[in-house]
Design a protein around this ligand. Structure first.
Ligand SMILES: Cc1cc2nc3c(=O)[nH]c(=O)nc-3n(C[C@H](O)[C@H](O)[C@H](O)COP(=O)(O)OP(=O)(O)OC[C@H]3O[C@@H](n4cnc5c(N)ncnc54)[C@H](O)[C@@H]3O)c2cc1C
Length: 289
C-alpha cells in the first residue's frame, strides 16, 4: 500500500514527489509517456526562474534526475481507472492494480490541434500553443493566431506588444474586433495548409488560397484536460478541469489535483510546480494525523 500515488510526471507531479519522499512517505509516480510532461513540447524555456533560455529536454532531464537521485519510483504505466473503496484508493493501470491512502492527479491537458499536415512536425519550429510561453521568441516578427475564444483574443493582444504584426484568424462564429493597429483580423476563413522551409514554419494558406508568410503560428483553439480515467470518481469539475480548494484537494477526501489539470488562471511550469508542492505538503499533513 502506497502513502501517495501520483498520476503524471510533469513538473507538478515531480515537484510533489520530492516533498513526499523528503517527508519519508511511500510514493510512486505513474507516467504513460516519458518523464517531463508538456515541458518537452516547448521550443526553449526562458521564463522559469533560475533557468535562462534552457532546452526543454535539459530542464526535464534535470528534474527527472533529481527524482532518480532520491530513489523515487517512476513507473511507465498508463492509468486507466481510479476507484475509492472503504477509504482505500485503487489505481488501475495497463499493467496492474495498486492501492494507496492518497492520490494526486497531475496529468495535465492536451492542446486541441488543427489536424493539418506539418502541424505536429513544426511544433517548436514556428508552431506554438501558448503565447505566454513562446511569444518572446517572436520579437518584431510576424505571427498568426488561430483562435476561437476570449482567451485567444487576450493572447493576441499580448503578442501584439511583442511581434511587429499579428494576423488573427477567427475560428469562432462571431465577428470580432481587436483595437490594436498591428492586429489584422481575418473572419470567415480557415487554414487549409501549412508550409515549411528549411525545417521551419514558412507560411499558411487560407481557404480562399490567400498565403500568409509568417515566422510563428499560435494555435489557440483550447485544450482537453486528461480526465477520461477518473470518470468513475464523481470529481467536481468545470469543462473537464478539476476544481480544487486552496490546499489542492478535490471534493473527494484524500484525492488531490495540481498543475494543468485544475481550473485556474495561469498554466505554466512555475505554477504547476508550486501547486504540486502545496498539494504534497497538505497530503503529508493528512497522512501524519
Ligand atoms: C508547446 C508548449 C510550450 C510551453 N512552453 C512553456 C514555457 O516556455 N514556460 C512555461 O512555464 N510553461 C510552458 N508550457 C506550459 C507547461 O509545459 C505546462 O504548464 C506544465 O508542463 C504543466 O505541468 P503538469 O505537470 O501540470 O502537466 P504536464 O506537463 O502536462 O504533465 C502531465 C503528465 O501526465 C501524464 N499523463 C496524462 N495522462 C496520464 C495517464 N492516464 N496515466 C499516466 N500518465 C498520464 C502525461 O503523459 C504527462 O507527462 C508550454 C506548454 C506547451 C504545450
Amino acid at each position: 500500500m502506497y502513502d501517495t500515488i501520483i498520476i503524471g510526471s510533469g513538473p507538478s507531479g515531480m515537484s510533489a514527489a520530492i516533498y513526499l519522499k523528503n517527508a519519508n512517505k511511500k510514493v510512486v509516480i505513474f507516467e504513460k509517456e516519458v518523464p517531463g510532461g508538456k515541458i518537452l513540447k516547448a521550443k526553449k524555456i526562458n521564463n522559469y526562474l533560475g533557468f535562462n533560455n534552457i532546452e526543454p529536454s535539459q530542464i526535464s532531464y534535470d528534474m527527472y534526475k533529481q527524482l532518480i537521485d532520491l530513489n523515487i519510483d517512476i513507473l511507465i504505466e498508463k492509468v486507466i481507472d481510479v476507484k475509492k473503496e472503504n477509504d482505500i484508493i485503487i489505481v488501475k493501470t495497463n499493467k496492474g492494480e495498486y492501492q494507496s491512502k492518497t492520490l494526486l492527479i497531475a496529468c495535465g491537458r492536451v492542446e486541441k490541434s488543427l489536424n493539418i499536415e506539418n502541424e505536429s512536425k513544426l511544433i517548436g519550429k514556428g508552431i506554438s500553443y501558448c503565447a505566454e510561453c513562446d511569444g518572446s521568441l517572436y520579437k518584431d516578427k510576424i505571427v498568426s493566431v488561430v483562435g476561437n475564444s476570449s482567451s485567444s483574443i487576450e493572447e493576441t493582444i499580448y503578442l501584439s506588444n511583442i511581434a511587429s504584426k499579428v494576423y488573427y484568424i477567427n475560428y469562432s462564429n462571431e465577428e470580432i474586433n481587436i483595437n490594436k493597429e498591428n492586429v489584422y483580423i481575418i473572419n470567415n476563413k480557415k487554414i487549409v495548409s501549412i508550409q515549411e522551409k528549411d525545417d521551419k514554419l514558412y507560411s499558411i494558406t487560407l481557404s480562399d488560397n490567400e498565403q500568409i508568410i509568417n515566422d510563428g503560428l499560435f494555435i489557440l483553439n483550447g485544450y482537453t484536460p486528461n480526465t477520461e480515467f477518473i470518470k468513475n470518481l464523481n470529481i467536481k469539475g468545470d469543462n473537464g478541469y478539476i476544481l480544487v480548494s486552496n490546499d489542492m484537494q478535490t471534493n473527494i477526501d484524500g484525492i488531490y489535483a495540481s498543475g494543468d489539470i485544475i481550473k485556474k488562471d495561469l498554466y505554466q511550469i512555475i505554477t504547476a510546480a508550486s501547486e504540486g508542492a502545496v498539494a504534497a505538503v497538505n497530503i503529508i499533513k493528512s497522512l501524519n494525523k
